[in-house]
Design a protein around this ligand. Structure first.
Ligand SMILES: [Zn+2]
Length: 178
C-alpha cells in the first residue's frame, strides 16, 4: 500500500510540471552566458533548453529558455538578478504561452476562478444598467407623471414620439384643474 501511494505521488508531481518557454526581456549583459541563464532558470523551475539564438547572443532584446515549471502555482512575473555592478535588479519574466490551471478542480485547461470573475464583472455591468434606470425614473417622478408615460411610449412604440409633448401637458393640466 505504501509503495503504491508513493508511486502515485510521483505521477501527480509529473502532471503538475509542464515545460514552458520563458522570456527575459532586456536582461543585463552579464546574464547572457549559459551558466548565468541556467542559474536564472533554476529559480523558476528545471531549465531544459536554451534557445540557440539566446546562446549565440544573436537576439539582444530578450533571452529565451524552456523551463519545466510547476503550473499549480502562480507563474512568477519577475526574478531578482544581479547586474554587472552587483546590484540587485528585478528582471521581467514573460511566457510564450501559459496554461490555465484550476486550483478548485485541480485540473489543467481551465480556471474556475477566472470564469467566476468574468461572470461577476458581467453582473456588475447589469446592475449598473438597472441602477441607471432607477435614477431615470426618480428624475421623471420629479418632472411629473405625464412625462414618464411619454418616455415609456418612446421605448415601446418609437413612432408615437412625433406627437407634441405640450398637447399632453395641456390635457393633463385640464384634467387636474377640472
Ligand atoms: Zn475548475
Amino acid at each position: 500500500m505504501k509503495a503504491w501511494s508513493e508511486e502515485f505521488n510521483v505521477q501527480d508531481k509529473v502532471l503538475k510540471t509542464i515545460p514552458l518557454w520563458v522570456r527575459f526581456p532586456n536582461p543585463p549583459i552579464n546574464c547572457w552566458s549559459m551558466k548565468a541563464l541556467s542559474k536564472i532558470g533554476s529559480t523558476l523551475g528545471n531549465p531544459v533548453y536554451a534557445d540557440e539564438c539566446t546562446i549565440g547572443s544573436i537576439r539582444i532584446s530578450y533571452a529565451r529558455m524552456l523551463i519545466e515549471m510547476d503550473i499549480t502555482k502562480p507563474l512568477p512575473r519577475s526574478v531578482k538578478l544581479q547586474d554587472p555592478k552587483g546590484r540587485l535588479i528585478l528582471q521581467e519574466v514573460t511566457y510564450d504561452w501559459e496554461p490555465k490551471y484550476c486550483t478548485k478542480c485541480l485540473k489543467i485547461g481551465h480556471d474556475c476562478a477566472e470564469i467566476k470573475t468574468a461572470q461577476s464583472q458581467r453582473m456588475i455591468q447589469q446592475r449598473k444598467v438597472i441602477k441607471g434606470k432607477q435614477v431615470w425614473l426618480r428624475t421623471d417622478r420629479d418632472g411629473g407623471n405625464e412625462k414618464k408615460v411619454n418616455e415609456q411610449q418612446k421605448i415601446t412604440e418609437p413612432t408615437q414620439q412625433s406627437e407634441p409633448e405640450s398637447k399632453d401637458k395641456d390635457a393633463q393640466k385640464r384634467m387636474r384643474g377640472g
